[in-house]
Ligand binder design. Structure first.
Ligand SMILES: Cc1cc2nc3c(=O)[nH]c(=O)nc-3n(C[C@H](O)[C@H](O)[C@H](O)COP(=O)(O)OP(=O)(O)OC[C@H]3O[C@@H](n4cnc5c(N)ncnc54)[C@H](O)[C@@H]3O)c2cc1C
Length: 300
């Protein structure tokens, strides 16, 4: 069985940046990725200094290509199905469908995924509906936009934010009533609000054109922003007994160490919340220095 200093699960910006730093620190490291990074649905990534507008698959390909310069780095295009701790050796064993690998340390960098209460949003997500105005607001500037959020606080907050990019804004709460205060705050800024349930989204090739309400009304919109629920795509941290807070966020020491020795986390996995490519990459870099420091102190 192969034996690694660290296995990185997830080759998004967090996992790739961590693997790069560990490889450069001459650590025997393996990175596993199964191509389910959540930004794969979009055509361009914005705001990463020197890479503004790059296609997500190109960004990832550059990251993997750079790792190939380091002989102690192994790359696997596989899904990790399970992780167990070997109580005799104290090592972790990670399993794909075909094989198992042994490691002293694990970095959980599997990110988060989105869930939408309106499944049809998937057809438009990443093309004309997005969740992060910093990522995609510029491309939608001044267009007639929708804010779709089924929680009044989220709807209010996101509307205020998106208002920076377009004043032609309508909030849709899909059946959730909002308080008179919030309604008047939105109307004061000429932001429309529909609380009726959404029946159907109409458009072509992922480009939104109209929103049909159960009241029979059709409202023209060219795109907008939605508030998904974010969740971790696996239970690795729970299975490994890493402590989480009341919101299921993994508790770390601020530099990536979890409550379990040898288990680290970075990127959106750590927060159970959206961030950005740049922030995830920075966190990957930071956790790698933590892992390398712990290995150094153990072995020196
Ligand atoms: C539509 C959309 C548009 C976006 N636009 C932008 C933008 O313009 N600019 C920006 O900065 N950010 C953007 N983002 C956000 C950005 O994608 C995330 O902030 C970033 O990808 C988080 O990085 P991460 O490394 O934490 O997770 P991810 O990038 O999601 O990477 C996690 C990786 O783990 C792998 N994985 C998961 N489970 C397993 C497993 N069991 N075994 C093996 N591998 C596994 C996946 O294949 C994936 O590659 C966008 C997101 C979306 C959804």
């Amino acid at each position: 069985m192969n034996h690694y200093d660290c296995i990185v699960i997830g080759g998004g910006p967090a996992g790739l940046a961590a693997t790069l730093t560990l490889g450069r620190a001459r650590r025997n490291v393996a990175v596993f990725d199964n191509g389910t990074n959540r930004n794969r649905v979009t055509h361009a990534s914005h705001g990463f200094l020197t890479r503004d507008g790059i296609k997500p698959h190109e960004f990832k390909a550059i990251g993997f290509r750079e790792l190939q310069a380091y002989p102690s780095v192994s790359i696997f295009n596989n899904t990790i199905k399970e992780i167990k701790k070997d109580s005799e050796t104290g090592l972790y064993v990670v399993y794909t469908d075909e094989r198992q690998y042994q490691t002293e340390n694990i970095l959980l960098a599997t990110g988060v995924q989105e869930k939408f209460s309106l499944p049809q949003i998937r057809d438009y997500y990443g093309k004309s509906l997005f969740s992060c105005p910093y990522c995609d607001g510029w491309e939608l500037r001044d267009l007639p936009l929708a804010v779709i959020a089924e929680n009044e606080a989220h709807a209010h907050h996101l509307a205020k934010l998106v208002f920076n990019w377009s004043k032609n804004l309508i909030v849709f709460t899909n059946g959730v009533e909002v308080s008179a205060d919030i309604e008047s705050d939105l109307m004061r800024n000429n932001i429309g609000i529909y609380t009726a349930r959404i029946k159907h989204l109409h458009g072509n090739d992922g480009m939104l054109e109209r929103i049909e309400l159960e009241t029979g009304e059709y409202i023209t919109r060219k795109g907008g922003f939605v508030v998904p629920t974010f969740y971790r795509p696996n239970r690795f941290s729970e299975q490994l007994l890493c402590k989480t807070d009341e919101h299921h966020v993994i508790i770390t020491d601020g530099v990536g160490r979890t409550s379990e020795k040898g288990i680290y986390t970075a990127g959106e996995t750590e927060k159970l919340n959206p961030s950005s490519l740049l922030i995830a990459a920075a966190e990957g870099n930071r956790v790698a220095t933590t892992i390398n420091l712990d290995l150094t102190l153990d072995r020196f």
